[in-house]
Design a binder for this molecule. Structure first.
Ligand code: TA6
Length: 298
């Protein structure tokens, strides 16, 4: 059940700081203009779309061909992948089912770190037909000088369940061929481009073709070194044992109707997750917190 933008503004708007707009039919988006940063968050999928600290260029990437429609995730920003990362079982959606569903707005406000929004979603007959567990899932976003995203899985049923999950963050870069990702040196990874063959990272991750790697058993902060824009993006994390690095390059880009030709050169994903063998089992009544903390520096 979707709530109107007018009703959302009535209950959750913050004058001159936070408002709801319609980005497409049935696609309400939160627009934040805080003292330290601006941001946009789609209520559908609890998908952070944009974050731009004052004085910085936009940090997240969204395709200029992105499609804003009910039931479809936006190409870019931070899709929430849950309760599985990657291809599901046959007939089930890739990256789980919460990124295309309408979440509830639960709270908005301001604190010392910035403007915060809490969104939530629970199980229903449709989700149980895809994944037969009771749950409550929350995303808490704080947009300020730093962007913090916390995905909280609550197990509200009587048996444990096991998930994989991701904050699938798309970052803007000046030129992917002049970009490197630091922090994964000597880390084992599964290379999706080579049929998930196992390999070890040596030095920085650089890009000269399709890159799709699941780095395992790593809690490291990653640094995106953007030589073109002369900036570094720091991606710290907790509650995450995997990091995925992805760029579709030219061929895969062609396969996305919601990605324009050549856009691969200006983006990359560094995803904060628990993927592949890095699964998370949540006991009844317990919770799991997946946190990504993004900042920008020289
Ligand atoms: O995280 C990398 C990846 O799994 C790629 O293999 C590619 O499928 C990408 O996610 C985007 O997936 P999507 O379902 O959003 O098109």
């Amino acid at each position: 059940m979707s709530v109107s933008v007018a009703a959302l503004n009535q209950q959750f708007a913050i004058p001159n700081v936070l408002k709801f707009v319609e980005a497409g039919a049935g696609v309400p988006v939160i627009e934040i203009t805080g003292a330290d940063a601006s941001a946009r968050i789609a209520v559908q999928g609890a998908q952070v779309l944009e974050w731009q600290p004052v004085g910085q260029q936009p940090v997240l990437w969204v395709s200029r061909a992105a499609i804003y429609q009910a039931g479809k995730g936006v190409r870019g920003g931070v899709p929430v992948c849950w309760p599985w990362f990657g291809a599901g079982e046959a007939g089930k959606p890739a990256h789980g089912f919460v990124r295309t569903r309408m979440w509830q707005v639960r709270e908005t406000g301001q604190n010392a770190q910035g403007v915060f929004v809490k969104l939530g979603i629970g199980d229903d007959a449709e989700t149980r037909s895809l994944w037969d567990h009771a749950f409550d899932l929350e995303l808490i976003v704080v947009a300020g000088k730093i962007l913090t995203m916390e995905l909280v899985t609550h197990n509200t049923c009587v048996e444990p369940f096991t998930i994989t999950d991701a904050l699938h963050t798309y970052f803007r870069t000046g030129d992917i061929t002049k970009t490197e990702v630091l922090g994964l040196d000597n880390t084992s990874y599964l290379d999706k481009v080579l049929d998930f063959g196992q390999a070890t990272q040596h030095g920085a991750v650089t890009f000269s073709g399709e890159t799709d790697r699941v780095y395992l058993d790593t809690q490291a902060e990653c640094v995106i070194n953007d030589a073109e824009l002369k900036r570094r993006i720091y991606v710290a994390k907790s509650g995450s044992d995997s990091t995925v690095v992805w760029n579709p390059w030219t061929e895969k880009e062609k396969g996305f109707a919601d990605m324009a030709a050549g856009e691969y050169r200006g983006m990359l994903c560094v995803e904060t997750c628990n993927a592949a063998t890095d699964t998370v089992t949540v006991a009844p009544g317990q919770s799991h917190h997946l946190v990504a903390t993004v900042s920008v520096g020289e």
